[in-house]
Design a binder for this molecule. Structure first.
Ligand code: NAD
Ligand code: LMR
Length: 343
């Protein structure tokens, strides 16, 4: 890597990385929806990641164009774009260790993430079928909204194909903790790199549950706390409103997706104690009928290594969690029902 690219990567995406220590193994990363608002910067960040050896870019439009552009960046990985044909998608996925899925439509002002369900459910279902056939052992990172439903959709498709591995299916909720640490740092005047805020639940509105009591910031209380929690829960809406009809968060999401992919690669390459929040098939609230839940997860060579429970909550956070679980259950059921009725 050139010095500039190393600096960009180390400062913004992987502050803990040590270039000299990186062991290069064969790591193919596929991005489905690579020409979109998230897909392009996410693919760029994957090209800057020295752990990635092959980058495969697929979209229903412009995959090869984006790949040609990114392939000129002078890092070692080989980049290839694929046409929107069944064989193009198959080749793109073949041998992939990580499949990132940001394919689908984004919100416009006034919409909830659930309003995207009708369009994105079938996009994710069809891509999940292709992954099940061409890359059944890959780690699947679902970004397309509504994540609370698109992850269960993937799970149902993988089950129907007999290749479901709950340890390798992840809903990407990293942006919620990225936002939380930034918003807290703005209030406290601290470095966001030192603000590790736990956020659990799902990825929409009240299903996003920030646990500020665990951050040690006991002085954030009352109205200040309510405003902060609301901002974390509805941070996505802030961007949708500001973009005024032109989409939702793309650049911050690309950073968050790249961080999660980097964490999986670090774990796969032997690093221990790699912990990220993510929405996974989780035992934590199955007794309440909630089969998927986001909490801190230790990642290992086989994907999910350990799912951590939510820790100690105060009474206010217990209430937030109750509201979360009731919505989350419905979102998950909606995804499962969709696949049952539209296999
Ligand atoms: P975008 O419209 O800019 O890009 C989506 C891309 O997907 C387009 O290039 C489109 O051609 C492609 N696409 C559509 N159908 C496809 C298919 N069948 N196969 C392959 N590619 C296909 O949208 P965006 O801003 O990049 O957002 C993408 C999705 O990510 C949205 O659903 C959005 O809500 C979601 N999102 C999630 C998070 C999160 O935290 N998980 C954050 C931001 C956005
Ligand atoms: C986000 O949190 O920014 C994304 O889920 C996109 C959205 O619709 O808000």
């Amino acid at each position: 890597l050139t010095f500039e690219l190393k600096v960009i990567w180390c400062v913004y995406v992987a502050p803990d990385c040590h270039y000299t220590e990186i062991v290069t193994t064969n790591s193919k990363v596929a991005v489905l929806g690579a020409a979109g608002g998230i897909g392009q910067p996410l693919s760029l960040l994957m090209k800057l990641n020295p752990r990635v050896t092959n980058l495969a870019l697929y979209d229903i439009r412009l995959g090869p164009g984006v790949a040609a552009d990114i392939s000129h960046i002078n890092t070692k990985s080989v980049v290839k774009g694929y046409d929107p044909t069944p064989s193009g998608l198959r080749e793109c996925l073949s041998g992939a260790e990580i499949v990132l899925i940001p394919a689908g439509v984004p919100r416009k002002p006034g919409m909830t993430r659930d309003d995207l369900f009708n369009t994105n459910a079938s996009i994710v279902r069809d891509l999940a079928k292709a992954v099940a056939d061409a890359a059944p052992n890959a780690n699947i990172l679902v970004i397309s909204n509504p994540v609370n439903s698109t992850v269960p959709i993937c799970a149902e498709i993988l089950k129907s194909k007999g290749v479901y591995n709950p340890k390798r299916l992840f809903g990407v909720t990293t942006l919620d903790v990225v936002r939380a640490s930034r918003f807290v740092s703005e209030i406290k005047g601290t470095d966001p790199a030192n603000e590790n805020i736990t956020v659990v639940g799902g990825h929409s509105g009240v299903t996003i549950v920030p646990l500020i009591s665990q951050s040690g910031h006991t002085d954030i209380t009352g109205e200040k706390l309510d405003t902060l929690v609301n901002r974390i829960q509805f941070g996505g809406d802030e961007v949708v409103k500001a973009k005024d009809g032109a989409g939702s968060a793309t650049l911050s999401m690309a950073m968050a997706g790249a961080r999660f992919a980097e964490s999986l690669l670090r774990a796969a390459q032997g690093e221990s104690n790699v912990v990220e929040p993510t929405f996974v098939d989780s035992p934590l609230y199955k007794s309440k009928g909630v089969d998927f839940f986001a909490s801190k997860v230790t990642l290992g060579a086989d994907g999910v290594q350990e799912i951590h429970d939510v820790g100690k909550l105060n009474a206010h956070e217990e209430k937030l969690l109750d509201a979360c679980l009731s919505d989350l259950k419905k979102n998950i059921e909606k995804g499962v029902k969709f696949v049952a009725e539209n296999p």
